[in-house]
Ligand binder design. Structure first.
Ligand code: SAM
Ligand code: DTB
Ligand code: SF4
Length: 355
């Protein structure tokens, strides 16, 4: 424990500056800063709370692919998409554990399991619980993303030892119903609340580059940064435009709607400044992102990535490309504990981690 505290020396003091009362105007003003000024401020915040040369490696596995009844306009796994992704059954526990063992061998510290569900059914819970327990026994952290959870399901996952639950708000509250009609923004917040109340660490972020406006990106960061307690992890995905999805096809028809790299980096930087202790994960979209843009994201405070050559259905950068990029940029895989979890462990981050 002392190691962790020493390692995170500045954190206990600086945590008092964590705010959950950000206004949209303040967040818009950050986005409006000259790019280099924004980057500099984000890098300062990053260095005050994290080891800036270290990036956390997480592995993702789709444990149940396709056939999802939800209509998320970006997703290849929705039954509404004509993406060619075939629906599978829930993977067998043993196969999931084999994948986890491989991820561990490849240096991954966290194993994230995703299912294309609106919500898990009660009949799925025993297998899900066995996966959590099995991965934890290997000494890896567990994360799951299974759609909406009831308070009772969240409690069952917590009891099994789940470390993190990923449930993204995806975009601003105003834009939400243009992207997804089968559930509401409020449904999303309810599940996040159930996860938090069960004592599971929260992973929540969204997607940039869905043709949204700057105001939507402000609203998206604002919604996360004003949660009662910031998510421990904030994945920032760049839309992977998948043929046969509403948004993938829209981008193919209107290439000018594609997000500019600098605007993507700005979003990462504003997330870092407004949620200083959170891990900011540079998630989907790295496969088509230049190393220079990724380097700017790391400079702007991104400190976690998904490794391997596949995300859920889309391609990822791949281990060889990432090893080469880490060598070129002088980055190291993160070994130590995350600031928010370390603070909770010493009783310094109950409630909001706020002043
Ligand atoms: N079904 C669960 C849910 O929606 O919460 C879990 C899986 S879902 C695929 C996890 C997240 O992946 C989504 O919330 C979205 O942010 C991200 N995602 C899905 N498709 C994407 C795409 N084409 N590009 C970027 N991010 C994507
Ligand atoms: C998140 O925010 N991004 C990951 C993870 N959480 C589950 C998923 C990205 C999916 C990219 C599209 C695909 O692979 O189909
Ligand atoms: Fe289903 Fe999740 Fe894809 Fe939405 S993002 S269609 S809920 S798998």
């Amino acid at each position: 424990m002392q190691d962790t505290l020493t390692r995170l020396g500045a954190t206990t003091v600086a945590a008092t500056s964590v705010r959950t009362d950000w206004t949209r105007d303040e967040i818009a003003a950050l986005f409006d800063l000259p790019f280099t000024e924004l980057l500099f401020r984000a890098a300062e915040v990053h260095r005050a709370h994290h080891h800036a040369g270290e990036v956390q490696l997480c592995t993702l596995l789709s444990i149940k692919t396709g056939g999802c009844p939800e209509d998320c306009g970006y997703c290849s796994q929705s039954i509404k998409a004509d993406s060619g992704v075939e629906a599978t059954k829930l993977m067998e526990v043993q196969k999931v554990l084999q994948s986890a063992a491989q991820a561990k061998d490849n240096g991954s510290k966290r194993f994230c399991m995703g299912a294309a569900w609106r919500n898990p059914k009660e009949r799925d819970m025993p297998a899900i619980i066995a996966m959590i327990k099995g991965v934890r026994e290997m000494g890896m952290e567990t994360c799951m993303t299974l759609g909406m959870l009831t308070p009772g399901q969240a409690a069952q996952l917590a009891e099994a030892g789940l470390d993190y639950y990923n449930h993204n708000i995806d975009t601003s509250p105003e834009r939400y119903e243009e992207v997804i009609t089968t559930r509401t923004f409020a449904d999303r917040l309810q599940t996040l609340d159930n996860v938090r109340s069960a004592g599971i660490n929260v992973c929540s972020g969204g997607i940039v580059g869905m043709g949204e406006t700057r105001a939507d990106r402000v609203g998206f960061v604002h919604a996360l940064a004003t949660l009662e307690q910031h998510p421990e992890s904030v994945p920032v995905n760049a839309l992977v435009p998948i043929k046969g999805t509403v948004l993938g096809d829209m981008l193919a028809d209107t290439p000018l709607a594609k997000i500019d790299d600098i605007e993507f980096v700005r979003t990462v930087a504003v997330a870092r400044i407004t949620m200083p202790l959170s891990m900011v994960r540079l998630s989907a979209g790295r496969e088509s992102m230049s190393e220079a843009t990724q380097a700017l994201c790391f400079m702007a405070g991104a400190n976690s990535i998904f490794t391997g050559d596949k995300l859920l259905t889309a391609a990822n950068a791949g281990d060889d490309a990432d090893a080469a990029m880490f060598a070129r940029l002088g980055l190291k895989p993160m070994e130590g504990e995350e600031p928010m979890r370390a603070m909770k462990a010493v009783g310094g981050c109950s409630g909001g981690c706020a002043a």
